[in-house]
Design a protein around this ligand. Structure first.
Ligand code: IPD
Ligand code: CA
Ligand code: CA
Length: 268
């Protein structure tokens, strides 16, 4: 992608993300019209929909040749990653949004011919933007995030994950997962995949594993984690396909292989 064009798209995308965040903060105490999607714990609100519509309107007006893949379905139906694609989760962590009114993010990843060029994750209530351009490093607001520190022993790792890994329907035998959890220093569950990617890029957790994520949960985060020398794959070690759901591992690359091998040993 042409660098000047990319920089312009990036500046524009950051502005829209900040504006969308401001609107969410303004409207979040109005009735949210909460609806249930695939199951009782899968929620969507009026503001998830309105925020995605906001991006679709802005992008189609300014970049009519770009495509949009958005969680709420207001974007395009895509069967290939050709061209420039905005992969958008208007509110990642809707359950946190509804119950806590914090710990949710806007996530925007911009890919060109399948390559992650721009990643923006906005923690709306903390007013912190994590952002990255491919090859230009990752930032938390104005501060450049350092390359992830060299790690040697897994016993010091803190891994983001949720309880699904320890349940009967886990993709990895639950006793094996319990054994894995005992080996590491600790686990954390933040309830927003995008923020968990951002925290991995920041190095405040050493990785994040999730059983079933969609492209909009991971698109921006992958760019951020790449920029600090981390790695993201599915739990079988394959590159992610951004039009499909996957079980994912993103982590400090020193831990990546070790965790993958560990998960493989208990793989169902
Ligand atoms: C969800 C959050 C959550 C993760 C789920 C996602 P949503 O996204 O990222 O942390 O565990 O798998 O679906 O529905 O709040 O956008
Ligand atoms: Ca999400
Ligand atoms: Ca969402």
């Amino acid at each position: 992608m042409d660098v000047m064009l990319r920089d312009e798209i990036y500046d524009q995308a950051v502005k829209w993300v900040l504006e969308a965040g401001r609107i969410i903060r303004e409207k979040m105490h109005d009735p949210l019209d909460i609806e249930i999607k695939s199951n009782a714990n899968d929620l969507v609100t009026k503001l998830d929909k309105e925020t995605e519509q906001f991006f679709v309107r802005k992008i189609k007006e300014k970049y009519s040749d770009h495509f949009i893949l958005g969680e709420e379905g207001y974007g395009d139906e895509l069967s290939s990653l050709d061209g420039t694609i905005w992969i958008i989760d208007p509110i990642d962590g809707t359950m946190n949004f509804v119950h806590q009114k914090r710990n949710f993010a806007i996530s925007v990843g911009i890919y060109h011919d399948g390559v992650g060029e721009i990643g923006i994750i906005y923690d709306v209530m903390a007013n912190i933007v994590y952002h990255a351009k491919k090859g230009d490093g990752a930032y938390k607001d104005d501060v450049r995030l350092p390359k992830l520190m060299k790690k040697t022993t897994i016993n010091e790792a803190i891994i983001g994950m949720n309880h699904f890994w320890l349940c009967e329907n886990s993709l990895v035998d639950e006793r094996h997962m319990q054994h894995f959890v005992k080996q590491i220093r600790g686990t954390r569950t933040y309830g927003s995949a995008a923020l968990e990617f951002a925290y991995t890029a920041e190095g405040i957790i050493d990785g994040y594993i999730s059983m079933r994520l969609s492209p909009w949960d991971v698109a921006a985060g992958i760019v951020l984690v790449n920029e600090v020398g981390g790695r993201t794959t599915d739990i079988d070690g394959n590159e992610l396909h951004l039009l499909k759901k996957s079980a994912i591992l993103t982590s400090n690359s020193d831990y990546h292989q070790h965790i993958l091998e560990n998960l493989q040993k208990g793989r169902k």
